[in-house]
Design a protein around this ligand. Structure first.
Ligand SMILES: CC(C)(COP(=O)(O)OP(=O)(O)OC[C@H]1O[C@@H](n2cnc3c(N)ncnc32)[C@H](O)[C@@H]1OP(=O)(O)O)[C@@H](O)C(=O)NCCC(=O)NCCS
Length: 188
């Protein structure tokens, strides 16, 4: 599935405040930038994430294992500064028609439309791979984030009770959202 198109993917977008952002795939040269992106999260934000991204080894391992056919990470760059990382996670076998999206932006660039544009880029890349479905799992109490995904066409399929376990053992419900990219059937 990895093709030249993914490697060469570039998009320049202009945010509402006029700043220009380059979207491009993650490369091995981005190791330190990626570690820095996740370095200064506060404890509350950190405990809501799937991985302990404050540990440079965890982030560094994503680069060691870089394989665009498994996970395609698209970065948002303002000049030389990495300000966002959005990923498409592909599956195999009976799940090969869908991918999961995840997105993280540094605090100072939020609420300026970048999240929406980055998600739209992932949607376009997923369509280019002829996928049928995109899915996202978002903590159910992050209603603003759920709203942002819905604006792009995602539909909330269900809420999964106690699906996410925080580091201290507390549970959170998770909203499961789906975006249908193309029709799945009906032809005889
Ligand atoms: C979720 C995230 C990517 C959104 O990115 P963003 O660039 O701030 O989003 P946008 O500026 O495109 O905003 C899109 C919509 O999100 C909603 N929204 C996002 N954050 C919000 C907030 N703090 N308060 C109110 N609305 C918010 C609004 O509906 C907004 O639309 P509007 O600006 O027209 O009102 C970003 O907040 C982030 O990285 N959060 C931490 C990681 C995370 O939660 N990831 C999602 C789970 S995979």
């Amino acid at each position: 599935m990895m093709n030249k198109q993914d490697v060469l993917y570039r998009q320049i977008i202009t945010l509402s405040d006029g700043s220009r952002v380059l979207l491009r795939p993650l490369t091995p040269e981005d190791r330190q930038n990626l570690i820095d992106l996740y370095a200064n999260l506060n404890a509350e934000e950190l405990r809501m994430l799937r991985h302990d991204v404050s540990n440079p080894e965890v982030v560094s391992a994503w680069i060691d294992d870089l394989d665009y056919d498994r996970v395609l990470p698209i970065l948002a760059m303002v000049g030389e500064q990495l300000v966002g990382n959005a990923t498409l996670h592909f599956h195999h076998g009976p799940a090969r028609h869908r991918a999961e999206v995840r997105i993280f932006l540094s605090k100072e660039v939020r609420r300026r439309g970048l999240g929406t544009r980055l998600l739209q880029a992932l949607i376009d890349l997923a369509k280019r791979r002829n996928l049928y479905l995109l899915e996202a799992e978002i903590l159910a109490d992050q209603t603003n984030v759920i709203k942002a995904f819905k604006k792009l066409g995602f539909e909330q399929q269900c809420n999964l009770d106690d699906y996410f376990m925080l580091p201290d053992g507390e549970f959170r419900d998770v909203a499961h959202l789906i975006l249908q990219l193309r029709e799945t059937g009906g032809e005889f």
